[in-house]
Ligand binder design. Structure first.
Ligand code: GDP
Length: 472
């Protein structure tokens, strides 16, 4: 007979309350935490928790094998992200085998002469990256930070840097447009160094490669750098057993119905299996590789197109395999109900916040983290505000300034805050436009605007007291 909720909580690190909630969501009666669950339900719940809490990967004792890295390209607008992806795609397996013609799948794989593979996500920019992270999808292993050699470091370069750093994803810098007469790669390196990026040239471990997407120079060097970075990270996955995957793109095909491109994180996806992708479910009718060829299975870090879902999942949604149609329906139903519930909860910001607090304190009673994005009018103020906020740190509170910048609060700040569960502090900056304020409000992101440090500290102090009563 199956495990108890108590035991499941111990094994997964999830709270008993959250487990009970999941069980209720799939339509089961909530038992006492010491009553055994049926094996069906235990599996369903642990799967749900494994995905949500990202701790139970069922990989304990499993054989892990090396897998390719999954890479995302980020950087300032017009610095050549799309061009670079296009150029890299031309060196991909698909392009080689299909005579240069590739279909857009949302991801492609490049094979190196050594036989090693690199998977690139085909959606540039940090909006996609944050959207995925907001859903908890840690798909990207490495970020390629594209900086134009003539323009140098710009606002979105810094934002991309912050996104990658907040996610703990290592960066490889590609200085692009090196074919241009005005190119000054050395200046770019100085700028990045000044921003605190520990470049290889300056004794750090962040690799820098000079490229030109236009003249297709340095692409091989970039691929080698990525391979080296991947080797250092020693990326491994379980190959056998049920797959866990992430949706990177989904579209509706008139003949074939919903099609989702997914990247397998661990295990092997097999045609015919029942899956749940986000809140949608289905039975895999066909799996296609990046050449559009039908295949029977999908392995870690490989993008595959899945046919057979009943509806369209979203980018960043997780895909899990379940044993029966009934369970697939149940899990999908449970997730849909949860989505609906979350939506209602968000409508009343106040209540959502309280929920977060009680859940958080259950898991980590020790140190409360308060992630903050800081925007201010001038560089000097940014530093002063950041220092002042950090002065609030003590043994129980960790004020984590995840991104700082000069200027008005932007959509990208809101995206980052959402991805990290952060609040935004604006000091001496204009009140954000109502559309942005609305978006932040909708995402339950607090925006704190002040012109006096003392007042700012007072409000943040209050926030901390709310989050961690008894701190001050
Ligand atoms: P994105 O906004 O970062 O995706 O940038 P794009 O890839 O759209 O490129 C912006 C512009 O820069 C386009 O006009 C490209 O043709 C040009 N561009 C991109 N890469 C290079 C390069 O290596 N050299 C030169 N000279 N131009 C480039």
């Amino acid at each position: 007979e199956g495990m108890t909720i108590f035991e499941l909580a111990k094994r997964t690190g999830a709270s008993i309350r959250s487990l009970q909630e999941i069980i209720a969501n799939v339509g089961e009666r909530v038992l006492s935490e010491f009553d055994p669950l049926s094996i069906d339900i235990a599996e369903l719940v642990s799967m749900e928790v494994g995905v949500n809490v990202r701790r139970l990967h069922l990989d304990e004792g499993a054989v892990l094998q090396p897998r390719p890295a999954v890479v995302t390209v980020m950087g300032h607008v017009d610095h050549g992200k799309t061009s670079l992806l296009d150029a890299l795609r031309q060196t991909s397996v698909a392009a080689k085998e299909a005579g240069g013609i590739t279909q857009h799948l949302g991801a492609f794989v490049v094979d190196m002469p050594s036989g090693s593979l690199i998977t690139f996500l085909d959606t540039p920019g940090h909006a996609a990256f944050s959207a995925m992270r907001a859903r908890g999808a840690a798909v990207t292993d490495i970020v390629v930070l594209v900086v134009a050699a003539d323009d140098g470091v710009m606002q979105q370069t810094l934002e991309a840097m912050s996104h990658a750093q907040a996610a703990g994803v290592p960066i490889v810098v590609a200085i692009n447009k090196c074919d241009k007469p005005a190119a000054d790669p050395e200046r770019v390196k100085m700028q990045l160094g000044a921003e605190g990026l520990l470049l290889e040239d300056l004794g750090g471990d962040v690799q820098v490669v000079e490229v030109s997407a236009k003249s297709k120079v340095g692409l091989d060097k970039l691929e080698e750098a990525l391979l080296l970075q991947a080797e250092m990270m020693d990326l491994k996955s379980r190959i056998d057993g049920p797959a866990q995957a992430y949706v990177v793109e989904a579209r509706l095909d008139r003949g074939r119905g919903p099609l989702a491109t997914a990247i397998v994180k661990s295990g092997t996806l097999i045609c015919g299996q029942y899956i749940v992708a986000g809140a949608e479910w289905g039975r895999i009718r066909a799996i296609r590789d990046m050449l559009g060829m039908t295949t029977t299975s999908g392995k870690p870090a490989m993008p595959v197109e899945i046919e057979g879902l009943k509806g369209l999942p979203m980018a960043g949604d997780d895909v899990v395999v379940v044993n029966t149609e009934e369970r697939a329906r149940m899990l999908s139903h449970g997730r849909k109900k949860k989505l609906e519930k979350d939506r209602l909860l968000k409508a009343s910001e106040e209540r959502t916040e309280n929920e977060d607090i009680s859940e958080e304190s259950e898991k980590t009673p020790l140190r409360v983290e308060l992630p903050i994005v800081v925007k201010a009018d001038v560089q000097g103020t940014v530093q002063a505000v950041t220092d002042a906020l950090r002065s609030l740190n003590n043994t129980q509170v960790f004020v984590n300034v995840i991104h700082v910048g000069v200027g008005s609060i932007s959509q990208s700040d809101v995206d980052l805050a959402q991805a990290c569960g952060a609040c935004i502090v604006g000091f001496n900056v204009p009140t954000p436009p109502s559309s942005l304020a609305l978006a932040a409000n909708h995402a339950s992101i607090k925006i704190v605007l002040h012109r006096v440090i003392y007042h700012l500290l007072e409000e943040i102090g209050n926030l901390i007291v709310e989050k961690a009563p008894g701190t001050f």
